[in-house]
Design a protein around this ligand. Sequence first.
Ligand code: ADP
Length: 392
Amino acid sequence: MKILSINTGSSSLKFSLFNMDTDEVLVSGLFERIGIDGSCYTIKNSEFKIKEDAELKDHADAIKILLDKLIELKIISSYDEIDGVGHRIVQGADHYDKSVIITDEVLEDIIKLSDLAPLHNPAHAIGIKAFKSILPNTPMVAVFDTAFHQTMSKDKFLYAVPYEWYEKHGVRRYGAHGTSHNYISQTISKELGRDDLKVISCHLGQGASVTAIDSGKCVNTSMGFTPLAGLVMGTRSGDIDVSLVPYVMEKEGLSAGEVVTALNKKSGFLGISGVSSDSRDIEAGIKEGNERCKIAEEMFVNSVVKYIAEYYVELGGCDVIVFTAGIGENSAATREAIAEKLAVLGVKIDKKANDVRGELKCISAKDSKIKLYLVPTNEELMIAKDTLALIK
Ligand code: ADP
């Protein structure tokens, strides 16, 4: 069976085609600048990489080129060989606590929820409609980034603000990265052969979040109403006192929207260091003695440790802390810094084992009270698996 895992942005379409008999990626790639001058696409696997310019006036153009290219490359012999298409959907709110087959009603809901994810849900809807126009008989599945977090209880997902804001406008914590945290939860449970684990999953990439998981269910998560909340990130501030918003608006002559944009795009590693949003540049800056890079990294580590400590208590202990995503999978220094600050909980990292990148591995010392693991995330595979399960 062949399943396409799709992530549509307003001018982009990211894809991976899976052979579900082996969970292997046959090809993956990206269509960029759809509807904008200079559009192009990349298709690759372990044997080749094709990068070409193409006229992409809309997402349907990209999908047609993709499918025709798959035929030309002899990866499929006809459009019918695509058994299902799974779409990543950023916001499913409290309407969706799991993945679903996309019906007209589901598509309408995704569009309706655009208020809560104005940059993402409208683009996802465009992608779904474009696939529908080209593969009208192929089943499609929506995999919501928020769904995994729907098991949080009210005392965890509500903000202590007027209750009617929640009732009237859906103001609450939704979280994000749910597909990744779910994948981590399932993978570590399988690895350790237990389904009753208390897991703290640290997805540390350009966007970053920590999730507390008990027996495969999300108990709490650090992102909030939007992905701005929680940890210090590449360009996002994470948690702040919202009173600084009107203060900065007045002092800098900015609108509320402009301040929120600065909190999303000019803060975090980038804002503090003044150097870069990329943790590799921050690590390089630290080596060169750049004080602000050092502070940025410390603030990031502190924010991760703060959430781990909170969730350790909320879970009533913890069996395993997992690191994943760009920084979590690649930065031994950051993992070590986090582990050292957790010594008070009996956490001990094995420095030799921690000298690793991007592979599933235990990195804690034998006598550590909490196991530490590196688990590479695979949101695309999770989307394909959910799709397969629903279309079967
Ligand atoms: P996202 O999916 O949120 O865009 P990723 O999970 O791909 O982000 O993570 C990207 C981030 O991972 C980069 O911005 C960089 O900070 C970090 N990263 C990637 N490779 C390394 C590395 N070798 N060492 C340290 N950090 C890395």
